[in-house]
Design a protein around this ligand. Structure first.
Ligand code: NAP
Length: 373
């Protein structure tokens, strides 16, 4: 109450009184100081009236709204504030969560514009006691980053979440490194800044509640985190990390590989693009916007990826064999057809050698008519 003794009827003084009264009320529901005390102050009427808008113990509306806000919003620390970390931060901020960030590079400028508090020092970040640590580092740097975090500065039972595009690896890492008090949720939003730029409605979000304590507060914290994605309309898919990696190698890894192979072909748009070709160009564009670290991580840290790469290789080889097999048949017929009594189309040109890569085979006679029909 020391500020009351020097109180003048100024705006600052009135705020001071309001703040003091508010503080007294939030500490204990004691009534206002007796009027005798207030009488000694100049301009009592204005002070008394102004103090009416201070939160009162019976101001249930304000209290309930405050409690509701606190019960639904989270304090989330993003570790790894690169491309994907920033992409997620925008939605978290829009939803009203408090977002902190830490990264190897200095992103304080970007963080400022997004409304995120940036911490260059991991100790400072952890001392803020976030409820959730959201790991958005590259797959290949995750172990180093996780081991470098000062876990002892965090609250016990902090929830650790990752968004890595592989799942068994971070799951095992979390189980191995994090103290048993910490909760673990492994997730994979199956979209990125490019595919999710127009909203997340209908996009799949995979998660595995690896270790969530049974206390109500811990269960509810995990649900509130999942709600970030559910409320955006994501298709929520609960799936084990092992299962995720099996499916993802056969879908996501193949997609990225094809995108990168096509990128090497340096495809160009043409005046007669078919829909299928447009799809390929889009695939290249989508893939190229992801870092090579991400792609390399998909290969190195998903044990099913190598098998998929080999299958892809075999499929390509078998397709080539099929084509060359047909070609061989035609050549054989042309070379030995008459001797063997086979009918060979006469006007068919004889191929002296295989056409070089990228150059189409001459069409068989009659095919021009067939195509134009
Ligand atoms: P990324 O290249 O996989 O990761 C970039 C992030 O990793 C940056 O925050 C970067 O920090 C950090 N990093 C890289 N090397 C580091 C090192 N040696 N030490 C410390 N930090 C390091 O690209 P991303 O697209 O942002 O992906 C981040 C995570 O999200 C990945 O695990 C990825 O699998 C996952 N994910 C991405 C997408 C997507 O569409 N992009 C979708 C779903 C999930 P600095 O920037 O500070 O250097």
């Amino acid at each position: 109450m020391s500020c009351l003794s020097s109180l003048q009827p100024s705006t600052t003084a009135r705020s001071c009184l309001r703040a003091t009264v508010h503080r007294c009320h939030s500490l204990s529901p004691a009534p206002l100081p007796p009027p005798r005390f207030l009488l000694r102050l100049p301009n009592l009427r204005r002070l008394t009236i102004r103090s009416l808008d201070a939160a009162q113990p019976y101001d249930y509306e304000a209290r309930i709204s405050d409690r509701f806000h606190k019960s639904t919003k989270l304090k989330i620390a993003i570790v790894g504030f690169g491309n994907f970390g920033q992409f997620l931060a925008k939605t978290l901020i829009r939803q009203g969560h408090t977002v902190l960030a830490h990264s190897r590079s200095d992103y304080s400028g970007v963080a400022d514009t997004l409304g995120v508090s940036f911490f260059s020092d991991a100790d400072d970040l952890c001392e803020e006691h976030p409820e959730v640590i959201l790991l958005c580092t590259s797959i290949i740097s995750t172990e180093r980053v996780l081991r470098s975090l000062p876990l002892q500065r965090l609250k016990r039972s902090t929830l650790f979440v990752d968004v890595l595009s592989v799942k068994e690896f971070p799951r095992n890492l979390f189980m191995q490194i994090l103290p048993s008090d910490f909760d673990i949720l492994c997730t994979h939003p199956m979209f990125g800044p490019e595919s999710g730029k127009d909203g997340w409605n209908g996009l799949p979000f995979v998660y595995d509640k690896v270790r969530i304590g049974s206390e109500q507060s811990r269960v509810s914290r995990c649900e509130r985190f999942l709600d970030v994605f559910a409320t955006e309309g994501c298709r929520m898919v609960e799936m084990s990390c092992v299962e995720h990696d099996r499916y993802a190698a056969g879908s996501q890894f193949i997609t990225h590989t094809m995108g990168r192979v096509l990128e090497k072909l340096k495809l160009e748009t043409s005046p007669i693009n078919t829909k299928g070709y447009e799809t390929l160009l889009n695939l290249v564009e989508n893939t190229a916007s992801d870092s090579f670290d991400l792609y390399y991580g998909l290969f190195m840290y998903n044990k099913n990826a190598l098998e998929q790469l080999e299958r892809l290789d075999l499929a390509f080889e078998s397709l080539k064999k099929e084509l060359f097999g047909h070609l061989h048949d035609v050549l054989r017929k042309q070379l030995f057809g008459q001797a063997e009594g086979l009918v060979v189309p006469e006007e068919r040109p004889i191929l002296s050698e295989l056409p070089s890569n990228g150059i189409a085979l001459p069409p068989p006679s009659g095919s021009v008519n067939a195509q134009s029909n």
